[in-house]
Structures are given as structure tokens and as C-alpha cells.
Design a binder for this molecule. Structure first.
Ligand code: SF4
Length: 697
């Protein structure tokens, strides 16, 4: 069965940083020719585990089950302290793929446990990640799965520990429900004073849940792709089904069992352990079912699935930053006056110092295209920071780039926090996206977020000023990730809102032909798309819209009809003044004599072309003054004849022509004969008498 619906795909669908990192570690080991054993299934995805098994990866339930000669890989959930000790005891070669988010919780739990705190973990007590966390604070820990358990836990803490604990610390499993955690925090704050709260829900989980919820709110149905025993996939399903019917599928084959009914908009997201290939399969299958040629989201399915790789990389940077301190050294600022500019250095006089200041050209700007010889002149003053002094040589190495970066970095951090639009110049286009510099800060824009549609060429951005929002920042490297697409989408939404508030039938607009189908041309009006049916493209018959317009053409159109509920816009392109029937009336009024070419012959007359798109009929009675049996007796296709225009009915698109009107009138006796096709009143008696006369002759 074919459905017609829009598919909206979550940008965050697919592998998170932790899973991506663990999978890469296993792949690296396999590529290095090592035998790999994972401690439990590497990720909660049956199809993926099957593919690992085919590569020879075995799964062990405990370190003792790890076959000899195999490298044991600890998966993202982490392990208990006891398991870690056992691995050491057995001297097994092992690789720790515990997600840094999880390791961080282990450290927090251990640190506060050592300070005599009681630890409450929001999560599923049977989940390996929670078991691992609890192992670091065993005899002073509680696990709650909902806010309703907090009260009992607090009274138990009071009974068990009295005054014998320092603090109450609340943590959460990385994949815990964001909403439920907020409720737990609220309850805890009511029941005890100054609890220490760590929101340890990982950003990958929080982002996926937030996006899934906002999708579910706008869709009639949600499809969540992922393993049934994956905690974060299950949480996505739970979060979505509060807003619309939600189905969890492990593979595209399960879609056959879903009744999509009359869903007009279907949202798709995927758990953090769902491989991109799995998502692609589901989206492809759904696109085939949906069969909606205007559904850009469905067309972008592949791009979204690929996007999951980018998210992993981005989360990776973020998680690395968690682990490390900001090591920025304090560098004193100085003012330098430019003395000399060479191809490799800028020499400056430093205010209040005797040494020569040198700014290596690579320390001038973060923009690789910046050219100090063009941008600076002798005497210019620069704000610089000292990188290093060389007392022996009497020189000071300086940097402008680093000072600019630290100044502008704060602006980028603010823009990230406030969602403000930032401008920058694209200096490089690489396979994964574009690199822009905004006041010296490098901003990476992933390919999937660089243009409004995958049809747009990312290469066209090179050397242009672009607007983007900052979607993530890497504090350690002082680098940011931006999205041009978000800005374009926002502008489009604003333009659409304005359009629908002001547009009326008859308005003349300019637009760009965006796509062509067999029956229409779709025009981007800047925020909204309108449709020109092929019959509205030209006054002549149009077989395919490409006969009149092509993609990318700038066109002037007018609004023929608007449906604000369905958000449909019908456009007209052909101009009333180009209507050939109006031209005909003006150029060839009734009585005009002209030469025409015979284009068709029928039993009742001949057709002749008068002007492009208009043919007139010379009725059989108007071909000759003589009686003729059929038009073919006197005319052939291609003949040039002289005719007179005898009638124009522009509304019914009928044009009458006459050849006989230009001929000499017939001889009198002939003229008395009844004309062809004209009804003549003759009685039966007259007909019989005429027949008898003919016989007698
Ligand atoms: S969901 Fe978060 S915590 Fe879990 S593996 Fe992925 S990044 Fe790590």
C-alpha cells in the first residue's frame, strides 16, 4: 500500500559519541588482526552484533569467559569495580571503551562517597551502567527509577545513617529521562536542604530526547529505530508516545506490521546505538511507502543518516573537554607599533619595552587568507600578547591571532548560549563540510548543515560571507560548530509567516523555479513554494513544463489561488495580454482576409492555422460555392488558401473561416439549388414526383 505523508527525521538520530568510540576501538583491533571479545554485547542492536559475530567477535558474560588470546573490550556502559579488579587479576589484555560520560559519573560517585556522602542514582538498578556506578559507593547508595521513590529513600537515609553522612548527592544514569530527573530534583529539594545535584544525563541523550519530543509534538506518528533492550531507545519511545502513537522498530522489516493509517506527518528518530545503515534502510523503505515527491525531508534521509557521523565527532570533542582542564596560560597584553612587514614576520616596537617584537605571520590571524602585507602599514598599532621572550637575542615573540581569538571566543560562547546569528567568511570547503572564520574563530559547518537543501552546492559558499548559529562549542580547542541551515530555515519560516499574513489572489511575485514534475513547475517564492500547473505555463499546449521553464529560472508569477489551511499556493505564469485569442481579436477581426495553411481535414470541414496556437475551421459549406462531397476532394494538408475570418468566439476558443465568401457568387440557376448541409423543406410528394420525372427522362 502507498501512503502519502511527510517524513521528518531527527537530526540527532543514530550513533552517539560513546558508541561510535567503542565501535571504532573494536574495528581498530580487528584491523590490527587481533581477536576481540566484548564484555556483554558491545551495543544494544541485534543486527550490528550479528555483523560483529560474522567478523569473529565473541561475547563473554564475565572476564573469566574471555577466550585465551583474545583482547577483552569493556563496552560503553562501563563495569563494576569488582569486574575491573578481576580483569587485573586475570592479567587479560583489555581495552576500556567505557564512555567518558560514564567514567565521569564513576569518579563523582567515588569522590563524594569518600567524603561520606550518600549517593542517590536515578536509573534502572538492573542496568549495567547503574551497577557500575553503584559499585563505587556501594554501602551508601540508592537507586530510584522515579520521583515517587525519593520520599521513601530520604526517610530510609535518616533512619539508617542518622547524622553519619556529609551530604546527599543526586546523580543519574546517562540515559535517564530528562523529565523524570527534573521531577526527582524538585522533590529532593523539597525534602532536604542543600542536596548536591549532578545532572549526569549525557548531552547525546538529552539532545535526542528533546528533539524526539519536539518532533512527536508536530507529527501524527513516530517511528523510533533501535534495539528493544537499548535503554536510550526505550526512553525515546516513552518520551514520544506521550504526544502521538509511537512504534519501536529494530529493522525496516517491522514497518510492514505498522498501520500508518491516515498519518500525514511521520517523525523518525533512532537510539544512540542505532547504526547509520540501519536508519538508512528504514528511511528508504518509508520513502518508498510515502511516495511524496514534494517531501524534502524524505529526500534528505540519506543525508540525515550520514549526519550521525558528524554528531559523534562533535560529541567526542565535547566529551574530551569534560576530561580536561582549561590550560590557557596567562599572557600579558602589549601594544606594538608596526615597523616592518616581511613575507614571514611583522616587526613591531613594543610600548614600554626595549626588545624587538616579532609577530610570525602565522600568528597574525586565524584566517588562512589574511595577508598582513595588504592589511597593515608601517605605524599601525596592534594589540598583541607575548608568547615568549628571548633575553639573549633581545626579541619577544608575539601573537595577534591568539589575543583576537580569546576576545572573540567569548562572543562565540555568548552566541551559542543565546542562539544569536553570527557572520563569517567561508575559507575552505572539505568533504565533510565548510570551514568559516568569524572574527578569527574557526567554525566548522558540517555539510548537512551548510545549505538549505542537499541539492544546493556547498562549493558555492567558498569565499562568501555566510550567516550561521553556533550549535556547539569545544572550549578546549576554542572551536565551534555552526549551522547555516538553521538560519535559512528560520528565515524561511519568518518569510512564510509574513507571506500567509499578507498574500492575496492576484499578487504578482518573483520566484525561482525549484523543481519540475510531469505536471507542474514548483517555484520558491522565498519562504514558501507555489505550484504552476503546466496548463498555466503557456497559452499553447504544454507537454512537459520543461518546454517553458527550467530549474533555476527566475520567473514572475501571480497568485491564482491560496489555501492557507493546506498551505497550498497555485500560481499563474502566462500573461493575460499574451492570450492568443485576445491578440487574434485585435489582429484579425471578423472580415479580415488572410492566407492560411491547411493543417487538418475532417468530413465536416478543414482546419487551418491562423497564428501559433490557434486553428480555425473552414466548414465544408464554406470551402466552395460548388457542391462538394468531402473537403478532401478539393483540399490537401499543407495547401495555402485565402480565407476570410467570419466569426470569433474567444471564450469557447472557436474561429470560423470561409473560402467561399471570397469567391464569385454562383450562377442564378445553380444558386437556386439548396446549399449543402442547409435544411431544405421538401414534401414527400415533391420527392416522388421528382423521382418519376428522372425515370421518364
Ligand atoms: S548515550 Fe551518552 S553516555 Fe551513553 S554511550 Fe552515548 S555518549 Fe556515552
Amino acid at each position: 500500500m502507498i501512503y502519502t505523508a511527510e517524513i521528518k527525521v531527527a537530526k540527532t538520530a543514530g550513533f552517539c559519541f560513546g558508541v561510535d568510540r567503542a565501535v571504532n576501538k573494536v574495528n581498530e583491533l580487528l584491523e590490527a588482526g587481533q581477536k576481540v571479545c566484548t564484555l556483554g554485547p558491545l551495543i544494544h542492536n541485534p543486527q550490528f552484533i550479528k555483523s560483529l559475530t560474522e567478523k569473529g567477535v565473541v561475547v563473554a558474560e564475565s572476564p573469566d569467559d574471555c577466550p585465551e588470546g583474545y583482547t577483552l573490550v569493556v563496552r560503553t556502559h562501563g563495569i563494576t569495580k569488582e569486574t575491573a579488579d578481576r580483569i587485573k587479576e586475570l592479567s587479560i589484555s583489555f581495552v576500556d571503551a567505557t564512555c567518558p560520560y560514564v567514567s565521569k559519573i564513576h569518579k563523582l560517585a567515588e569522590k563524594h562517597y569518600e567524603k561520606s556522602a550518600v549517593i542517590i542514582v536515578c536509573g534502572d538498578s538492573s542496568h549495567p551502567e547503574v551497577k557500575g556506578i553503584v559499585s563505587h559507593c556501594k554501602d551508601r547508595s540508592y537507586v530510584v527509577s522515579s520521583e515517587s521513590q525519593i520520599e521513601d529513600v530520604i526517610s530510609d537515609i535518616k533512619k539508617r545513617f542518622g547524622e553519619q553522612f556529609s551530604d546527599i548527592v543526586l546523580l543519574s544514569q546517562t540515559t535517564f529521562s530528562v523529565e523524570e530527573f527534573k521531577k526527582c530534583v524538585k522533590k529532593l529539594k523539597i525534602l532536604c536542604t542543600n542536596p548536591i545535584i549532578f545532572d549526569t544525563i549525557c548531552s547525546a541523550t538529552a539532545e535526542r530526547q528533546a528533539e524526539a519530543v519536539s518532533l512527536a509534538k508536530t507529527c501524527d506518528m513516530m517511528v523510533v529505530i533501535g534495539g528493544r533492550n537499548s535503554s536510550n531507545t526505550q526512553k525515546l519511545k516513552d518520551a514520544c508516545e506521550k504526544y502521538c502513537p509511537t512504534y519501536l522498530v529494530e529493522s525496516y522489516e517491522e514497518l510492514k506490521n505498522i498501520d500508518f493509517g491516515k498519518a500525514e506527518c511521520i517523525g523518525v528518530t533512532a537510539g544512540a546505538s542505532t547504526p547509520a545503515c540501519n536508519i538508512k534502510e528504514v528511511l528508504k523503505y518509508m520513502s518508498d511507502m510515502v511516495n511524496d515527491r514534494d517531501n524534502l525531508e524524505a529526500l534528505a534521509a540519506e543525508e540525515i543518516a550520514e549526519n550521525s557521523d558528524y554528531i559523534s565527532e562533535d560529541e567526542k570533542l565535547f566529551a574530551e573537554a569534560l576530561e580536561k582542564m582549561d590550560n590557557d596560560n596567562f599572557n600579558p597584553k602589549v601594544i606594538g607599533t608596526v615597523q616592518r612587514i616581511t613575507p614571514t614576520e611583522i616587526h613591531v616596537d613594543i610600548e614600554g619595552r626595549k626588545q624587538t617584537g616579532i609577530v610570525p605571520v602565522e600568528e597574525y590571524s586565524s584566517d588562512p587568507n589574511a595577508d598582513p602585507s595588504k592589511e597593515l602599514k608601517v605605524g599601525d598599532q596592534l594589540e598583541l600578547i607575548i608568547m615568549k621572550t628571548n633575553d639573549v637575542e633581545g626579541t619577544i615573540m608575539l601573537s595577534k591571532r591568539r589575543l583576537d581569538a580569546s576576545k572573540h571566543w567569548e562572543a562565540i560562547v555568548d552566541a551559542h548560549k543565546n542562539g544569536t546569528v553570527v557572520t563569517g567568511k567561508v575559507v575552505e570547503v572539505i568533504s565533510k563540510g565548510a570551514v568559516a572564520f568569524s572574527k578569527g574563530i574557526r567554525v566548522f559547518i558540517p555539510a548537512s548543515l551548510a545549505t538549505a537543501s542537499r541539492k544546493d552546492r556547498i562549493e558555492d559558499l567558498l569565499d562568501t560571507e555566510v550567516e550561521f548559529i553556533i550549535i556547539d562549542i569545544d572550549k578546549r580547542r576554542k572551536r565551534a560548530v555552526g549551522s547555516i541551515k538553521d538560519v535559512l530555515r528560520k528565515k524561511k519560516a519568518e518569510a512564510a509567516e509574513k507571506f500567509w499574513a499578507t498574500a492575496k489572489v492576484g499578487d504578482v511575485l518573483k520566484g525561482t523555479v525549484k523543481s519540475l514534475t510531469s505536471f507542474a513547475a514548483f517555484v520558491d517564492l522565498g519562504g514558501v513554494d507555489g505550484m504552476i500547473h503546466k496548463s498555466e505555463l503557456s497559452w499553447n499546449r504544454v507537454g512537459h513544463p520543461s518546454e517553458v521553464v527550467k530549474e533555476g529560472d527566475e520567473v514572475e508569477v501571480y497568485i491564482k489561488a491560496l489555501d492557507s489551511e493546506k498551505k497550498k499556493i497555485s500560481l499563474g505564469y502566462r500573461k493575460p495580454e499574451d492570450n492568443p485569442w485576445e491578440i487574434l481579436k485585435k489582429q484579425y477581426p471578423v472580415g479580415t482576409v488572410l492566407d492560411v495553411t491547411i493543417t487538418g481535414l475532417t468530413t465536416f470541414g478543414a482546419f487551418a492555422q491562423v497564428m501559433p496556437g490557434i486553428e480555425g475551421l473552414i466548414h465544408i459549406s464554406q470551402i466552395s460555392n460548388e457542391r462538394i462531397a468531402k473537403p478532401q476532394d478539393v483540399l490537401s494538408i499543407g495547401d495555402q488558401v485565402k480565407v476570410m475570418v467570419t466569426g470569433i468566439d474567444a471564450e469557447k476558443k472557436r474561429l470560423s473561416l470561409s473560402m467561399s465568401a471570397l469567391l464569385e457568387p454562383p450562377a442564378k440557376e445553380e444558386a437556386e439549388e439548396p446549399e449543402q448541409d442547409e435544411p431544405v423543406a421538401v414534401s414527400i410528394d415533391e420527392l416522388l414526383a421528382s423521382a418519376e420525372n428522372k425515370e421518364a427522362e
